[in-house]
Design a protein around this ligand. Structure first.
Ligand code: FES
Ligand code: FE
Length: 332
């Protein structure tokens, strides 16, 4: 399954520590923890001995200790100690299954299977890279626990025609619902829409008046998208406001997800809470609609749902998922 070879975000980096925590990715239960050197690990959350949840255990001496009989595991999954038989040297059969982890963009990422050939890079998101964009301040909102499939959440993130209804008075107005034609193009890793114009009463925490906002949307991986929004000059408290928002999603089950938004903007003054509050408000408006959608899995057949010309980006996203062989969270 191709989804298993992709990197997925599973937790904010700073919440993963020496207290083991549970997460679920693509239906797989994981235990996340850090060893004494600060290295983060993800193991199957099922002890190879009698199946107890390792996330109920503790980290001791830089190793994960099972809550049931105290077997100890290294970050790579090797079992080092069986307290009931202290002289015994555990072998590979006593080990826990370990998954690849990476840390980037303030998150811990896991992939469940290594792809064939060269290891895949983690998603390249230039606006969010600490090194390449030190002039942009990064903040993350979430986790949002959503009873919706990851593709439904991404598609909503790419959708402008709901602004005037779901986000009335914020990102749109029902008096100005029209979506002007915009351009959609395939990219090496997904799809991109440019020239997406929205009339927004309150486009961000920095808005000082209604504004025409120019959006660029980019799907960078099957369950990931980034938008960049540029309000017309003179409508924000910050001159030349630059703002990118990435939607990070952990596909938990086929019909439920955990989402975060990662913001990158040239604002170093607003308190985190203010920026996060705004995102919480917007996502809180989206969530009930997302959870109401049926079917919960995104139908990829072109005639499965009705479309309008305003939905070109969503149609392109569905085609991309189909062409990528994605099965999780979709009706292929
Ligand atoms: Fe984990 Fe026995 S179930 S040590
Ligand atoms: Fe929305």
């Amino acid at each position: 399954m191709i989804e298993r070879t992709l990197w997925h975000p599973v937790a904010l980096s700073h919440v993963v520590g020496t207290q083991p925590r549970a997460a679920t990715l693509l239906g797989e239960d994981l235990v996340l923890w850090r060893d004494d050197s600060g290295q983060a690990h993800a193991l199957a959350d099922q002890c190879p001995h009698r199946g107890a949840r390792l996330s109920m255990g503790r980290v001791a001496g830089g190793q994960l200790e099972c809550p049931y009989h105290g077997w100890r595991f290294e970050g790579g999954g090797r079992c080092t100690h069986i307290p009931a038989v202290p002289g015994f040297q555990p072998g590979p059969r006593h080990g826990a299954h370990a998954f690849d982890t990476r840390e980037a963009y303030g998150m811990l990422w896991v992939r469940l299977a290594a792809p064939e050939g060269a290891p895949g890079p983690i998603h390249d998101l230039p606006a969010f890279a600490a090194e390449s964009e030190p002039r942009l301040r990064k903040t993350t909102s979430g986790p949002y626990v959503v009873q919706a499939s990851a593709p439904r959440i991404i598609e909503n993130f790419l959708d402008m025609a709901h602004f005037g209804y779901v986000h009335e008075g914020w990102l749109g107005s029902r008096d100005r619902p029209e979506i002007a034609p915009y351009q959609v193009a395939a990219t090496p890793h997904g799809v991109k829409a440019t020239g997406c114009l929205a009339w927004q009463p309150r486009a961000s925490v920095h808005s000082t008046s209604v504004a025409q906002v120019d959006y660029t949307y980019e799907v960078t991986a099957p369950y990931m998208a980034v938008l960049t929004k540029q309000p017309e000059p003179g409508t924000t408290a910050i001159d030349g406001l630059r703002e990118s928002i990435a939607m990070f999603i952990c596909p938990v089950t086929e019909e439920s997800s955990v989402a975060w938004t990662r913001m990158a903007m040239n604002d170093f003054d607003s308190p985190d809470a203010r920026l996060i509050d705004f995102q919480n408000t917007i996502f809180g408006q989206d969530q009930p609609v997302l959870e109401s959608q049926r079917p919960k899995k995104l139908p990829l057949a072109p005639d499965a749902e009705a479309h309008s010309a305003a939905d070109r980006m969503s149609s392109a996203y569905r085609r991309f998922l189909k062409d990528s062989g994605i099965r999780w969270g979709v009706i292929a």
